[in-house]
Design a protein around this ligand. Structure first.
Ligand SMILES: Cc1cc2nc3c(=O)[nH]c(=O)nc-3n(C[C@H](O)[C@H](O)[C@H](O)COP(=O)(O)OP(=O)(O)OC[C@H]3O[C@@H](n4cnc5c(N)ncnc54)[C@H](O)[C@@H]3O)c2cc1C
Length: 423
């Protein structure tokens, strides 16, 4: 039986560990925290996952919270005008619903399942010296430790990493008591509120340790008016800053947040990191090789809400690569090919996310504006969150955007003419 060590029990590490376990591999999972420590700790993400990523979980029978988590049926975009009114406001409908399950709930639950199914769970914060030792005793060592210290083993790929500094300051609050968006009280959506030059506020429902909740997530341009959460240690102060900024920049979102309270003492998070793509293969001092997984090798800013989706897609892709490799050695060439296969998908996420961090060019502003009148364009934009490869067809190049908008506008005009003729 092939022996595999996975270091890091987040979205990718646990999904891969449970997937390999189900296929009969002997899997050891190393986590720097117990399930109880994760469950009672601080929130880690907003983890909104779209259809394809959720389907990977369903395929492994790991969708334990699907019936309890709110169904997110749309993605909405609002743009604030300088006088804090809404210049743009629309919502696109998703073909398959998205869901957010607090990683404290999911990772703790999956970790317990892994152990109950006979997996070897080691609670230990692994250091490079540990991996040096273990690389000799396992057929394959995978490092899925997120953005922690172990990334230092994987060199930065400058050609795929345009930014050397964080592009947003992040501030998350999990709350109870948020009212529905009055524009569509009958369904839930992720609401992306853009404040040009200042940052973004994302609002989305989630399932947390105390049931249904909503997340208020500010992404602030560093040094700007939203970059004020550094050093704020009191969760109540963090929430009141969040609300003050909402009242100032996004009064329509503030209007439904006047009665909110934090879900729990661990319901806030602040931080920042530079988006980075790394060399996927880590070389240990003793000569052994380890393969990086998900955020270790491709960490994007959460502005497009893709990291957990990518972690799920990476775990699914690596699972196939491992199983298809059978009994052959997991050598450097195999590691490279496993990563390249994942990068086929991941490159689109990185390209789109890095584009969204910059100042939007005129044709993108036109697209976002036009989606308010052209529902198919709003729907297509929303579904790009599930499959960012589609943005190649209508987002990056002004000619393609113009051609797409002309096509949609033409079809809409034709449909209106037909309706009028029939009437
Ligand atoms: C504020 C914020 C909002 C986000 N919102 C979204 C969103 O809406 N949608 C989305 O898809 N993504 C989102 N993301 C990104 C997403 O959370 C991550 O990309 C995803 O969790 C990465 O999964 P992973 O498996 O690579 O790593 P992680 O989930 O980070 O898991 C790594 C695990 O390894 C453990 N670990 C670290 N070092 C060691 C060690 N030395 N030894 C043992 N264990 C170790 C950690 O404790 C952790 O449990 C967001 C991220 C942030 C910060």
């Amino acid at each position: 039986m092939r022996r595999i060590l996975i270091v890091g029990a987040g979205q990718s590490g646990l999904q891969l560990a449970l997937g390999l376990q189900a296929q009969g591999y002997e899997v050891t999972l190393m986590s720097n925290r117990t399930a109880d420590e994760i469950r009672s700790g601080r929130v880690m993400s907003t983890q909104c996952m779209f259809h394809t990523a959720l389907q990977h979980e369903r395929d492994l029978g790991l969708n334990f919270w699907e019936s309890q988590a709110p169904r997110i049926e749309g993605v909405g975009v609002s743009v604030a005008a300088p006088d804090a009114t809404r210049a743009i406001d629309w919502v696109g409908k998703l073909k398959g619903y998205a869901q957010s399950v607090d990683q404290r709930v999911k990772m703790a639950g999956w970790m317990e399942t892994f152990a109950q199914r006979g997996g070897q769970l080691v609670i230990h914060g692994a250091a490079v010296s540990d991996l040096d030792f273990f690389a000799r005793t396992y057929d394959l060592v995978l490092v899925s430790a997120g953005k922690g210290e172990l990334v230092s083993m994987f060199g930065r790929d400058a050609s795929r990493s345009p930014y050397t500094e964080p592009q947003r300051a992040l501030a998350v609050s999990y709350v109870h008591g948020l009212g529905p968006r009055p524009e569509h009280p009958e369904f839930d959506a992720v609401r992306c509120n853009l404040v040009p030059g200042v940052g973004e506020l994302f609002v989305m429902p989630t399932l947390t340790t105390s049931g249904r909740a909503d997340i208020l997530f500010w992404e602030g341009v560093p040094g700007g008016p939203l970059d004020v959460f550094n050093g704020v240690t009191d969760p109540a102060e963090h929430l009141s800053l969040t609300l003050e900024l909402m009242e100032k920049f996004l009064p329509w979102e503030y209007a439904r947040a006047t009665k909110v309270e934090l879900t729990d003492g661990g319901g806030t998070l602040a931080g920042r990191y530079a988006p980075t793509v790394r060399n996927p293969i880590g070389r240990l001092p003793g000569g052994g090789l380890v393969l990086g997984v998900a955020d270790v090798v491709v960490a994007n800013d959460p502005i497009t809400g893709q990291g957990s989706n990518s972690a799920s897609k990476c775990a699914a892709s690596y699972l196939s690569s491992i199983v298809e490799h059978g009994e052959k050695e997991f050598d450097e060439a195999w590691m490279r090919s496993a990563f390249d296969r994942y990068w086929d998908t991941a490159q689109h996420v990185t390209k789109w996310t890095n584009a969204m961090l910059g100042v939007p060019p005129e044709h993108v502003l036109n697209l976002i504006g036009a989606a308010g009148q052209l529902q198919p364009a709003a729907d297509r934009f929303a579904n790009g969150f599930d499959d960012p490869a589609d943005f190649e067809n209508f987002f990056y190049e002004p000619e393609k955007t113009a051609a797409y908008l002309a096509e949609v506008a033409g079809a809409q005009a034709q449909a209106q003419t037909q309706t009028q003729t029939q009437a």
